[in-house]
Design a protein. Structure first.
Length: 323
């Protein structure tokens, strides 16, 4: 068995075989890469709406702080436009040029409102609001004011208002403030109300005046009680006005009963006079005593009524209706 002949260390390596059509393959690779890059660029441009028909909208604002190129203009949370450029107008106002796709332009109307909201956290947001969808469509190249709402700008105003509020609160609750004096007066009034004189001491002032006022009030109450007792005994006691009135009413009832009996007799006589025409003269003779009897009863009733008017002080013009 023969051993292989050792190769020298400095001997050159064998060269690789040449690649067939290397120039063609390299050119084909370059063309393929160019097509891929161009396709990606075209797709990105299509995705960004570069080939879509758009109309222009100009938003006017005092400043464009927070607005960047490429920012979306949203309507109900969906993008309906994109900021294409920001420029400074001749009047010193910022002009935000927005491209609105034709397919989304129907959401924007001539009465739409555009706002720029700057929050404490996060970037600014461009929003569109349309109150009446039936209004005329927004024309191409229309310029609309941009309402800016900056939450950070309100912080200094809130701090100033809070500082003023704290100063007013400190002045209100100070040692010699009107509130402190009012509370002291209320405490003094409460102390007087809880004192021996009570509300009377509060009204009278010092203790001496309150004692005099209490004494006068007690004397007045005693007089009032005595007057009420005398009036009660005079009106409702034995021999009083009510007792006399009750006796008078009893007498009046008796007289009225007599009068009713006389009138019933008179009715009977009249009926008999109408039934018996031949005895009219006798019936007429019977009517005279009855008439005298009725007149006598009526005079008694009149006297009794006068007596009631004299004794009864609550009704000056009593009216008694006879049956």
């Amino acid at each position: 068995m023969t051993e292989p002949t050792p190769t020298a260390a400095d001997a050159p390596l064998p060269s690789a075989p040449p690649v067939r059509n290397a120039e063609f393959k390299a050119a084909l690779l370059l063309v393929l890469m160019f097509v891929l890059v161009s396709g990606s660029v075209l797709y990105l441009m299509y995705a960004r709406g570069a080939f879509e028909a758009t109309q222009q909208l100009v938003l006017l604002a005092e400043d464009s702080d927070g607005v960047v190129v490429g920012m979306d203009v949203t309507f109900s949370g969906f993008p309906v436009g994109r900021v294409r450029r920001i420029e400074l107008g001749a009047d010193g106002k910022a002009r935000v040029v927005v491209d609105v796709p034709r397919s989304e332009a129907h959401w924007l109307r001539s009465t739409s409102i555009f706002t720029l909201e700057r929050g404490l956290v996060g970037g600014a947001k461009l929003r569109a609001f349309t109150g009446i969808p039936d209004d005329p469509a927004l024309p191409d190249g229309a310029a609309r004011p941009l309402l800016v709402g900056d939450a950070g700008a309100e912080i200094p105003r809130l701090l100033a208002a809070a500082k003023e509020l704290l100063q007013n609160l400190t002045a209100l609750t100070g040692a010699e403030s009107p509130l402190d004096l009012t509370l002291r007066n209320v405490q003094g009034v409460t102390g007087k109300l809880n004192g021996p004189a009570g509300a009377m001491g509060l009204i009278a002032g010092d203790d001496k005046n309150s004692q005099q006022l209490l004494a006068r009030a007690n004397a007045l109450l005693l007089k009032t009680d005595s007057l009420i007792g005398n009036a009660d005994s005079r009106v409702f006691g034995r021999g009083g006005i009510m007792t006399d009135a009750q006796a008078t009413v009893v007498q009046l009832n008796a007289l009225l009963a007599d009068t009713r009996g006389s009138l019933k007799k008179l009715d009977a006589v009249l009926v008999e006079a109408q039934a018996v025409g031949a005895n009219a003269k006798a019936a007429t003779a019977d009517l005279a005593p009855l008439r005298a009897d009725v007149e006598s009863n009526l005079r008694k009733v009149e006297q009794l009524v006068n007596e009631i008017n004299r004794k009864w002080p609550f009704k000056r013009e009593p009216e008694i209706k006879l049956p």
